[in-house]
Each structure stands twice: as structure tokens, then as C-alpha cells.
Design a protein around this ligand. Structure first.
Ligand SMILES: NC(=O)c1ccc[n+]([C@@H]2O[C@H](COP(=O)([O-])OP(=O)(O)OC[C@H]3O[C@@H](n4cnc5c(N)ncnc54)[C@H](OP(=O)(O)O)[C@@H]3O)[C@@H](O)[C@H]2O)c1
Length: 326
């Protein structure tokens, strides 16, 4: 079997990860052997290798945190799982592997139908998009939401989930060529970020009241979102693609009565019941299986080329996710 491993953390994450051969593990009592089908590379995976993420596994570590696999063998005493069933790769165990073992009782089974590449991206970004739209501001059909990094996977899930709820989205990107892509996906307004963003948002929405802003960029981009909100609006920061701290001018905070919050999916996992988790993931898995929820895939690499795959994933200007396959 193959594993993508790293022994050190720091800059240039692609230089730290390499693919190694290991003996294929044998599932113990109550365990199953899972054969990985596909596993994406997310910004959080890159930050985990550079050492900038909120939770860091001990070294040496296996890369990756999500993916889809197939049950390949059953250990003794396993009754609830079948060989061939598609399941989510276990979280926090390292998903950039050709095989892994997991407790059968912890597996999240997936629908038989649906694109495996899309299901491989279910664990992290779709629930993030869904929770950003449900946990901070009460939104009714017809309400508006604004977000930056709107051509990210999270951003595109936000567009699709918002549209399904009858919400309108203002989508802020940093590249003009992403405008038609997001309009085709259902984004109501798509604008390129810039100093006059708030005025352009007001013009494009007819002065709509926008009470929720979703910020994955930080730096001065946070202030531009905040300035685009109605008085009393909430900005939720959930990412730091600029590498900069969120900047909100005192005038924006004070004269617009803006609230700035943070969101981390890991905290939601700690407080959500198993029933809540299964309900959210069950709904999102069905939407993906039906083709109603999808993220674009830029390029697929074999695990053996994990070095090149991480280098590409760490760069901007992609047209979707970089995904690893065995
Ligand atoms: N808090 C949580 O629980 C949670 C959960 C999931 C994801 N996230 C975060 O959500 C964000 C998006 O994740 P993803 O997987 O959806 O990302 P992704 O699909 O890999 O897309 C990355 C996005 O970031 C943009 N970007 C890159 N560098 C930038 C910069 N310097 N300034 C502005 N924009 C920049 C890219 O724009 P271009 O295409 O123009 O390069 C692209 O829109 C990440 O920050 C991730 O860590 C957080």
C-alpha cells in the first residue's frame, strides 16, 4: 500500500511530503480495511503541513483529512458492513493513503449512486457552507448573503445551497474570468474585489439589505465585506487565504454596528449530537449523489505524485480542487 507522509513542518509544503510503500494493514476485530478511491487536497491540508492550522497531528504524519473509499475486507466480528460499500475515509487519520483500517462502527456509509470524486469532498466543505448559512443569521427566502473567495469549493457550495433555499448571493472573486463561471452556477451577482466594492454591491443589488457576510480571505477584504452589509450585519470569518489578520476599520465597526465572528467546523463537531451530524451529512450526501451539489475538479494526480499535487494545490488560480487517487 501507499501513504503520503511528512516528517517536518514549515514553508514549501510540497517539498516535505512524499509517497512511501508500506505493508497493507490487516483489519482487527471490529475493523474493516478501506481502499481509498479519491481524496482531495484542501487549504487546511496545506496549512497542516506548513504548521499554520488549528490542530496539528504528531509527526511523522499522513497527509489529508477527507476522501471516499470502498470497504475491501472485514475483520472478525464485523456484521454491519459489506465488502464493496462506499464510505467516507476516517477523519483525522490521514486520507492520502491507498488503504487504511477503521472501526466498522464509525463508518459513514454513502449512497451507491453518485460521482465518487464529488463524494470524496463531502466531509469538510459542504457542511461548512451549510452551517455558515444556518448558524449565524436567521435567513428567509429572498434574503441576500455576500461572500468572498466565492469561486472556492466552499463558496460554490454556498451558491448552490443558498439558491436551493431561495436566498440571493453576492459573490466576490479576485479574477474576472470567474464571473461567468459563478453566474452559470447560479450566483445572482458576481463582482471582482476592489476598493469601491460596497458601492458596486449596492448598485448591483438595488440597495438590498445584506445581513450576512462570509469571509475566507481576511486582511482588508474583511472590511470591504463589512462595508457592504446593512447596519447591524454580521461578518463570519472562516478562512485566511490572504494570510493576513482580519482588518475592520473602527468606522465600519462603530458606525455600521458590525459583528465579526469566527467559524471552525471542528468546534461544530464537538458540540453537535451524532443525530445532528448524521442528519446534515445524510442530506448533503444525497444532494451530491443527485448531482445538485458539486465542486469543480482542476486536476487528478496519482498518490505517487503527491509532491506535484500539493505544489499545485498550494497555488492560487486553479479551476477547482486537486484530487489524489491511488
Ligand atoms: N473554518 C472552517 O471550518 C473551514 C472549513 C472548510 C474550509 N475552510 C476554509 O475555507 C477557505 C476555502 O476553502 P476551499 O477548500 O473551498 O478552497 P479552494 O477551493 O482551494 O479555493 C481557494 C480560494 O481562495 C482564493 N484565494 C487564494 N489565495 C487568495 C488570496 N491571497 N486572496 C484572496 N483569495 C485567495 C482562491 O482564489 P483564486 O481561484 O483566484 O486563486 C480560491 O477562491 C479556506 O481558507 C479554508 O481553509 C474553513
Amino acid at each position: 500500500m501507499q501513504q503520503a507522509v511528512y516528517d517536518t513542518r514549515g514553508a514549501d509544503p510540497h517539498t516535505r511530503i512524499r509517497c512511501v510503500e508500506r505493508d497493507t494493514p490487516v483489519p482487527g476485530t471490529g475493523e474493516v480495511l478501506i481502499e481509498m478511491i479519491a481524496a482531495p487536497i484542501n487549504p487546511s491540508d496545506v496549512l497542516t503541513i506548513t504548521g499554520q492550522y488549528g490542530a496539528l497531528p504528531p509527526l511523522p504524519a499522513i497527509g489529508g483529512n477527507e476522501g471516499v473509499g470502498r470497504v475491501a475486507a472485514l475483520g472478525d466480528g464485523v456484521t454491519g458492513a459489506r465488502v464493496g460499500t462506499r464510505v467516507l475515509m476516517p477523519v483525522a487519520a490521514g486520507s492520502w493513503v491507498s488503504h487504511t483500517v477503521a472501526k466498522a462502527a464509525t463508518l459513514m456509509p454513502l449512497p451507491d449512486e453518485g460521482d465518487a470524486l464529488q463524494l470524496a469532498m463531502l466531509t469538510v466543505n459542504p457542511p461548512t457552507a451549510s452551517l455558515l448559512l444556518s448558524e449565524f443569521v436567521t435567513l428567509d427566502a429572498g434574503d441576500w448573503v455576500i461572500q468572498n473567495a466565492a469561486n472556492s469549493a466552499v463558496g460554490e457550495y454556498v451558491i448552490q445551497l443558498a439558491k436551493a433555499r431561495g436566498l440571493h448571493t453576492v459573490n466576490v472573486v479576485r479574477r474576472e474570468d470567474m464571473v461567468p463561471v459563478l453566474e452559470a452556477l447560479g450566483g445572482d451577482v458576481v463582482l471582482v474585489d476592489g476598493p469601491d466594492l460596497a458601492a458596486r454591491v449596492a448598485h448591483a443589488t438595488g440597495g438590498a439589505t445584506i445581513r450576512l457576510g462570509l469571509d475566507a480571505v481576511g486582511g482588508s477584504a474583511t472590511d470591504r465585506l463589512a462595508q457592504s452589509l446593512a447596519v447591524g450585519g454580521t461578518v463570519v470569518n472562516y478562512g485566511a487565504m490572504s494570510g493576513e489578520p482580519c482588518k475592520v476599520a473602527p468606522g465600519t465597526f462603530v458606525f455600521r454596528n458590525i459583528t465579526l465572528r469566527g467559524f471552525w467546523l471542528a468546534f461544530w463537531f464537538r458540540q453537535a449530537s451524532v443525530a445532528q451530524q448524521r442528519a446534515l451529512y445524510g442530506d448533503l450526501a444525497q444532494r451530491i449523489a443527485r448531482g445538485e451539489l458539486a465542486a469543480r475538479v482542476h486536476r487528478i494526480f496519482p498518490l505517487a505524485q503527491v509532491h506535484d499535487a500539493v505544489a499545485l494545490a498550494a497555488r492560487g488560480g486553479r479551476d477547482g480542487k486537486v484530487v489524489l487517487v491511488p
